[in-house]
Design a protein around this ligand. Structure first.
Ligand SMILES: Nc1ncnc2c1ncn2[C@@H]1O[C@H](COP(=O)(O)OP(=O)(O)OP(=O)(O)O)[C@@H](O)[C@H]1O
Length: 294
């Protein structure tokens, strides 16, 4: 059982933006979803966990090891798939993985070849191993990205916004790959896509403005909103009126019509029906300025 403890982490960039604000969080083995809107600070947290940047204050320990001061130890057991996965222009899939395996300390050539071939097969890119990674589609690039993150039996795997821009088939393949990762490994999936968390994660947190707004299982977070979510289909032009009068947590187009969700302990007005809360409601409820001010 692995255990990651983050305590009172703060990070302010030179331009004055406080991306992490006294953030504390504990994560155990399994798939953990970190959900938050753009700019919430997810990438800042992921980069700090990957020891690519140093926080102003706070501590992080993985299985008791202080990873801010002992970053070398962390890097040996870390698999990291950053948001932007840049590669040298002409490098082939096979050479890229071989190179990453050297960096991970696999010096034995035979062992490295076995590892690389195994991973290429696992992510279904063995046939393309001699092709330049640059020429790959978005989904193929993500798969080579996850392959390099899996080199060397990592204990902590961080994937930052992995499915943005993937088509449904590629997204599915990517999910299956992650679901295969071993039991004792911590996988942190940072995303603004609620579906990814619902489908994959047993534990999750919602982040906004550098802070954790919620931590728990997706099921528990849903039960918090039981009986509080009401829905109505309205005319698009009336939306401002509803926002003014009710605690509107979301509005979206469904079959060309505007459907709003409102939080209320009883029926807000005529024409509203009560609906089962979904994770998206929770996400909006925990991150919308409207609701936070309450
Ligand atoms: N290197 C940097 N220098 C200055 N400000 C930064 C830097 N990196 C991030 N920020 C700012 O810090 C805040 C948090 O950004 P961060 O990228 O961590 O959020 P995020 O939740 O990952 O969002 P996104 O999904 O858009 O990547 C934002 O206001 C962002 O503009």
């Amino acid at each position: 059982m692995s255990n990651l403890i983050i305590k009172n982490l703060t990070k302010t960039y030179p331009n004055g933006v406080k991306a992490l604000d006294n953030l504390s969080l504990e994560i155990n083995s399994g798939m953990f979803g970190l959900l938050g809107p753009n700019g919430a600070g997810k990438s800042s947290l992921m980069r700090t966990l990957a020891t690519l940047q140093i926080p102003d204050s706070g501590s992080i320990t993985l299985n008791g090891t202080d990873i801010i001061n002992e970053s070398e130890q962390l890097r040996r057991v870390l698999g990291y798939l950053p948001q932007e996965f840049g590669v040298y222009p002409k490098i082939t899939a096979e050479d890229l993985l071989d190179h990453m395996a050297i960096l991970k300390g696999i010096t034995n050539k035979k062992e490295r070849t076995e590892t690389v071939n195994y991973l290429l097969q696992k992510v279904n890119l063995y046939e393309k191993r001699k092709k330049a990674v640059k020429s790959f589609s978005g989904g193929m690039k993500q798969r080579i990205g996850i392959a390099q993150a899996l080199i060397g039996d990592p204990k902590l795997i961080i994937v930052d916004e992995p499915t943005a821009g993937l088509d449904p088939g590629e997204r599915n393949r990517f999910h299956n790959l992650l679901a295969d990762v071993g039991e004792n490994v911590i996988v942190i999936l940072s995303t603004h896509i609620v579906e990814d968390v619902r489908e994959l994660c047993t534990d999750m947190a919602i982040m906004n403005e550098g802070k954790i707004m919620y931590k728990g299982s997706p099921d528990n977070v849903l039960s918090e909103l039981d009986g509080l979510v009401w829905q109505k289909t309205i005319a698009r032009k009336d939306i401002d009126e509803y926002v003014k009068n009710f605690k509107v947590i979301s509005n979206k187009m469904v079959s060309g019509k505007t459907v709003i969700h409102v939080l209320s302990t009883s029926s807000p007005a005529e024409g509203f029906t009560q609906v089962e809360p979904d994770l998206e409601d929770v996400f909006f409820a925990k991150t919308s300025a409207n609701f936070l001010s309450e």
